[in-house]
Write a protein that binds this ligand. Structure first.
Ligand SMILES: Cc1ncc(COP(=O)(O)O)c(C=O)c1O
Length: 299
């Protein structure tokens, strides 16, 4: 988005003209920026060769999902609706992971039928439910277990998800018990350890801490995880003061981690792909003089 001769442009189109053509309010996305963000992540993590699954909760517009598919990303979904949408957008089931704390029986059945890559379970009750369904279908289902590493992401408390008081994932002791349980199951195959410690993280320290914890627990579990799903959370520079998350540093930390653990890395970025790609165009419809300030009403 830039100003040229006093006109705001998005991907070389004059915003004012878009407002006239499509009327307002209007969300307008920059394909150029979307592509740039994805290439930036892909390039910085090239040495890791990860599976990058776009966190659909950050934007589920089918047109965006189709573009994301063209740029070879997979998807991280948290509901049957999101799953249906990404399949409709053409994303291959083997590039889809299903996260979230409250998957219903219908959602688990649908995910199994569609043969997605992984269902990342968040509790023992959920694992038992997946196992029950898999047994009924006489299938062996690939799952991940989400670890709650008790790591402070040093971000806004409402979007911090990796501390022990948060509802997400299971603690270390439960994790190790569940590894033993799943390994004995005839209908479950433990493929992945997943984590997601929070959103809008701008510093690498919480991630480094998280990687150390994962490393330790993998050793303790004595299990070879085909996938390590590190979630999303990479922050963006809202204030335009060059306070950017250092992807290169994160990549180097992961490369060190991978020297000890031979797994495929999965990322679930949302905000860092979509957060700075759009503008909401609206017009001032009314102005009201209030008691202390003037109010503008947009539409
Ligand atoms: C499990 C999981 N993965 C990925 C994300 C995406 O996070 P972000 O948009 O910060 O990259 C979230 C966000 O809440 C999440 O809960």
């Amino acid at each position: 988005m830039i100003y040229k001769k006093n006109k705001l442009l998005i991907d070389r189109l004059i915003v004012e003209n878009l407002a006239k053509k499509f009327s307002t309010p209007l969300y307008c996305y920059s394909y150029k920026k979307l592509r740039e963000n994805i290439l930036n992540i892909q390039n910085n993590f090239k040495k890791i060769n990860p599976l990058i699954c776009f966190a659909v909760k950050s934007n589920s517009n089918i047109k965006i999902l189709k573009e994301i598919k063209k740029l070879e990303l997979g998807a991280d979904v948290v509901s049957i609706g999101e799953l249906m949408k990404v399949l409709k957008a053409g994303i291959k089931p083997q590039k889809i992971v299903f996260s979230g704390v409250g998957k219903t029986q219908t959602e688990i059945e649908y995910a199994i039928n569609k043969k997605i890559l992984l269902i990342n379970a968040e509790s023992k009750s959920e694992i038992l439910e997946i196992e029950k369904i898999a047994k009924f279908k006489k299938k062996k289902i690939n799952i991940g277990i989400r670890l709650n590493p008790n790591t402070d992401a040093k971000t806004i408390s409402q979007i911090s998800t990796g501390k022990k008081e948060n509802k997400f994932g299971v603690d270390k002791k439960t994790f190790l018990d569940l590894v033993l349980y799943v390994n004995k199951s005839k209908n479950l195959s433990l493929k992945c350890l997943s984590v997601h410690i929070g959103s809008q993280i701008l510093n690498n320290k919480p991630y480094s801490k998280m990687l150390k914890i994962i490393d330790k627990i993998i050793k303790k579990s004595n299990h070879v995880f085909e996938y390590i799903d590190l979630g999303g959370g990479m922050g963006i520079d809202y204030a335009h003061n060059n306070n950017k998350f250092n992807l290169k540093e994160y990549s180097l930390n992961i490369q060190k981690f991978l020297k000890k653990n031979n797994s495929k890395i999965i990322f679930e970025p949302g905000r860092s792909i979509i957060g700075n790609t759009a503008i909401l165009i609206s017009k001032i419809i009314y102005i009201k003089k209030g008691y202390k300030k003037r109010f503008c009403y947009f539409g």
